[in-house]
Design a protein around this ligand. Structure first.
Ligand SMILES: [Zn+2]
Length: 480
């Protein structure tokens, strides 16, 4: 007995030594200084301001598409970026999606794609009074450029064009072909990007690096880490919606039975909200935690993150606490539409609910279906797929790939003391289409703690705008 107790004590001691030594040796990386940023081209702010003033809103209905505005935007970029338009042949796909080709001297290298979209979501009429600037005014004040689309995603498009114009003016000639791809309907159907990728596929094109919007820089994600974290999106969650239908004869509300369709459906939805799909640490999220682990000033957290082999379960429980981190570790399921009843004195015969799910890489639509069926466990509820739109989770870009590392190097060159880490995209972007024709798709724009996406007071710090232009300039220069 005593021997066993001694043995257990020895094992615990050894484990404790391993855990503590892994924690204290996991020290933060050395301070690193960015190279001096090139100054903002004089015209850049005026160009961004003009870009915002052209109201390229994405309509709810394709028939409401305002062609004149999109033509005006085309005229604007042609005028603002004369060297791009003189030197890079442009292909127009489906009216307003553009591909500019900057031919490299070595066609044996797979090209690089810098992409963005210039359609914007509408501004809610009732929310205009809450803005601190005119939504389509393109005002510059308090160190920011204000307006709908300045972040999402004209920041990328205008910065790419500024960088290209700048490099062309310097006589830069890339070795690797660079394609600049701009979409006009990312915020609605995304059909433009699908058509562009179809065009590339018809020409058997493949790309070694594709950079799109998505990941950003944050100093707020982790309060106990003082350095900025640049998250590079390396994959996207999948998407599916299921329809749950309960059916049972209704009748007069003065003589209700024991259960109605509304009771049946409510119970099913309640169970679905009570139980979540299992939490998992997929490779990019694990790599993210490992990369930031050495920088936390919270010893307990540092110990857990430095020893995921032992504390993975506790870390997952912790990440489940906040909606944004919970979305990174599991397939989420949430009801979004509910329908039943026609009159206040009639018990309905049908009740339906739509539940939307965002699927973690490694899982599928079928896994979601099976989970919902098993959790509800009620044959009175029929489950069907809602086929308006569904996607599988994307493959993820390897963080040891040249594509990831190239973007990482550029981020290090423009941000002091930055921790670069991979991230999973919980929403969808145009670049998901490109994963078919490239193993190097990454999502990143060097914007810090961005505020106002799709909401009020969308604004871009002028200093971030400068970083964005430098980011694309360095990527372009890296194609030498
Ligand atoms: Zn966007």
């Amino acid at each position: 007995m005593k021997k066993i107790a001694l043995l257990i004590a020895a094992v615990v001691l050894i484990l404790a030594i391993i855990v503590v030594s892994k924690t204290i040796t996991n020290s933060p990386g050395a301070h690193q200084k960015s190279t001096t940023l090139e100054i903002l081209p004089t015209e850049a702010i005026a160009h961004m301001s003009q870009a915002i003033q052209i109201k390229t809103e994405t309509p709810n209905d394709a028939y409401e598409f305002d062609t004149a505005t999109f033509f005006a935007y085309r005229k604007f970029i042609e005028k603002a970026y004369p060297l791009v338009h003189k030197n890079l042949p442009r292909t127009v796909i489906d009216s307003f999606n553009y591909v500019y080709e900057w031919k490299g001297t070595d066609t044996s290298i797979l090209p690089m794609v810098l992409m963005a979209h210039y359609d914007v979501v509408p501004v809610e009429a009732s929310a205009v009074k809450l803005w601190h600037a005119v939504p389509y005014g393109g005002e510059v004040k308090d160190g920011y450029i204000w307006g709908r689309g300045v972040l999402d995603d004209k920041s990328s498009m205008i910065s790419i064009l500024e960088a290209a114009e700048l490099q062309l003016a310097k006589g830069f000639q890339p070795k690797q072909t660079i394609l600049l791809c701009f979409g006009a309907d990312e915020e609605s159907s995304g059909n433009g990007a699908t058509a562009v990728v179809k065009y590339f596929k018809s020409k058997n094109k493949r790309f070694d690096l594709v950079v799109d919007e998505g990941g950003e820089i944050s100093t707020e994600d982790m309060k106990d880490i003082k350095r900025p974290i640049a998250s590079i999106g390396v994959g996207e969650k999948g998407y599916v919606t299921l329809i749950l239908t309960a059916q049972k004869a209704g009748g007069h509300s003065s003589i209700p039975g024991k259960t109605t369709v509304i009771d049946i459906l409510s119970k099913g939805l309640y169970q679905l909200r009570e139980k979540q799909m299992p939490a998992k640490l997929i490779p990019p999220i694990k790599a993210y935690l490992e990369r930031v682990s050495g920088y936390t000033e919270n010893f307990g957290k540092k110990m857990a993150l430095s020893n995921l082999w032992l504390f993975e379960k506790q870390v997952l429980n912790n990440l489940s606490e906040s909606p944004s981190s919970n979305a990174l570790i599991r397939t989420t399921i949430v009801p979004t539409i509910i329908n039943s009843g026609v009159r206040d004195n009639v018990i309905p015969t049908f009740a339906t609910a739509y539940v939307n799910s965002r699927i973690l890489p490694g899982e599928s639509q079928k896994d979601v279906y099976n989970f919902v069926e098993k959790t509800i466990n009620d044959t009175n509820i029929k489950i069907t797929y809602y086929h308006n739109y569904s996607t599988m989770p994307s493959p993820t870009t390897d963080i040891n790939s040249k594509a990831f590392q190239r973007v990482e190097t550029v981020i290090n060159a423009i941000v002091d003391d930055v921790i670069v880490a991979p991230m999973l995209m919980v929403g969808a972007t145009d670049s998901r289409n490109y994963r078919e024709i490239s193993d190097g798709v990454v999502n990143f724009t060097p914007i810090t703690n961005a505020k106002g996406y799709h909401g009020i007071d969308e604004r871009l710090m002028v200093s971030d705008f400068q970083k964005c232009i430098n980011f694309y300039s360095l990527l372009i220069q890296g194609s030498k």
